[in-house]
Design a protein around this ligand. Sequence first.
Ligand code: COA
Length: 258
Amino acid sequence: MREFIGESLIDGVLTVTLQRADKKNAITQSMYSALAAATERARLDDAVRVVLFRGEGDSFSAGNDIADFIAIGQSGGGQVTDAPVFRFLKGLADLDKPVVAAVRGRAVGIGLTLLLHCDLVVVAEDALLSAPFVNLALAPEAASSILLPMTMGHQRAFEIFALGEPIDGRTALAWGLANRAVPAGEVEGVAAELAAKLAARAPNSLKKTKRLMRDAEALWAHMQREGQAFGSQLSSPEAMEAFMAFSQKRAPDFSKIG
Ligand code: COA
């Protein structure tokens, strides 16, 4: 058990729980460090057959903690690929065991882009998924700028990035982002059932199948390219305006940005 991240290993399923419900499971730097460690453990520990991501409370995750964005932005942004979030993203790219997600309520930013690295995604029909990177004057991360259009086509992915409006769970299913959309009360059960099925499958066959289906090195290379764009935006005046607007619970004003 690490700060705001719960871990339990039962019958081969490593359940990793975001436990910051009062902040809609927004993810801080220390939570990313714990997530990176959990992902690394999942890869190395033979007792782990499957990883299951879930969130406590009414939301999967509200994405990166905005106070952390402000702190990093004010310190100049810099080489973000050294940050804990990138250790987590590298861990996800390298993970060759199956990953399942149980998504209820909000899945924002990395709460959505994380799903692109999951193999089976169960969403609530009324879940709301969004990637408002442009609303925050940032850039896509987690290789989502290639994985999202690959999943649903350029126009749908562009709309999700550029307009930042949420899609519901039924739409996520129709657009290929989820395997199942079920009533919210059934999400955890269906995800646990799928994880248990995977945990009983031949582990090396599953690993080889997953490795053949995705190019971990190419994903990591793309994450690093995105990191350059993300890092330079993070300390930009337009991003500062967006973060301050969120903190002050007002709409951002980009009219004076050159
Ligand atoms: N970072 C830091 N705190 C966050 C957060 C985030 N990403 N998302 C939510 N919170 C906090 C809120 O500030 C609020 O804190 P408070 O109770 O101290 O005021 C608490 O979590 C509850 O959020 P609230 O906005 O009141 O809930 P809501 O149900 O009205 O809206 C969201 C939920 C997720 C739609 C909304 O909180 C939101 O848009 N969050 C920002 C999402 C985002 O842009 N993430 C970054 C993506 S890259």
